[in-house]
Design a protein around this ligand. Structure first.
Ligand code: CMP
Length: 230
């Protein structure tokens, strides 16, 4: 049973049937009900898990106690390898989202079998590389959101100042090129152009040569949107 399942797991792709028997021999099965903690973030890491059925949520808690879901893993996925590879505590918590059947392997067996089956170590590196790629995308996205908020703040500050000079006007002309706004917000001209294109679509800004025409009525929306996205 376990061997038939392991033959379909990507992590063990390329392992001969005799090898799969060896991996199966090192696993024991464990079942969790709905919403049960498998391990908590920072707990000591002593086992590796493969999901035979069900769904597992991998998450971290922010300082304010809010949950950030890193991944939801399903049948054939694995988790809990990081702490075993670098001898550190769990980098995230794991909880069952519904009834889950897991194959659990002790740390010593996992390390021994990885040494013995370099193909599996390579498969594992492939999955870790994909995770790193995803994490890089998220970092870039977060950095862009911060920049977007800075650009909007710089623009709004100037609109507020000029509005005092010209009260009651719907449209405020900011005598700023994209390059100059970029300098104020501490970012590149290209990023300002991207953000301005988005704001133009929303009817908030019109870019002219060397200036920006801001629709004050629509500014409330971008302030809200700016906050949402930071
Ligand atoms: P470990 O640190 O031992 O325990 C938590 C596990 O969650 C970790 O091993 C990985 O298996 C998994 N994990 C951690 N971060 C991510 C992530 N960004 N995406 C997917 N899985 C992760």
């Amino acid at each position: 049973m376990t061997v038939a399942f392991l033959a379909r797991v990507n992590l063990l792709r390329g392992v001969e049937p005799a090898g799969l028997e060896e991996w199966a021999g090192a696993c024991r099965q464990k079942t969790y009900g709905r919403q049960e903690t498998i391990f908590l973030e920072d707990a000591p890491a002593d086992a590796f898990y493969m999901i035979k059925s069900g769904l597992v949520k991998i998450y971290r808690l922010t300082e304010e106690g809010r949950e950030k879901i890193l991944d939801v893993c399903g049948e054939g996925d694995f988790f809990g390898e990081m702490g075993l590879l670098d001898d550190s505590p769990r980098s995230a918590g794991a909880v069952s989202l519904r009834r889950v059947e897991l194959l659990v392997m002790e740390k010593a067996d996992f390390r021994r079998l990885l040494d013995k089956y370099p193909q599996v170590a390579l498969n594992l590196s492939r999955v870790l590389s994909q995770r790193l790629r995803q994490a890089n995308e998220q970092i870039q996205d977060l950095a862009f959101r911060d920049t977007r908020a800075r650009i909007i703040r710089a623009m709004v500050a100037m609109v507020t100042e000029l509005s005092l000079l010209e009260p009651g006007r719907d449209r405020i002309v900011l005598p700023l090129s994209h390059q100059e706004l970029a300098g104020m917000a501490g970012t590149s001209r290209e990023t300002v152009t991207r953000v301005m294109a988005e704001l133009e679509k929303r009817g908030v800004v019109q870019s002219r040569r060397g200036s920006l025409v801001v629709n004050r009525a629509a500014m409330g929306d971008i302030l809200l949107a700016g906050e949402e996205q930071t």
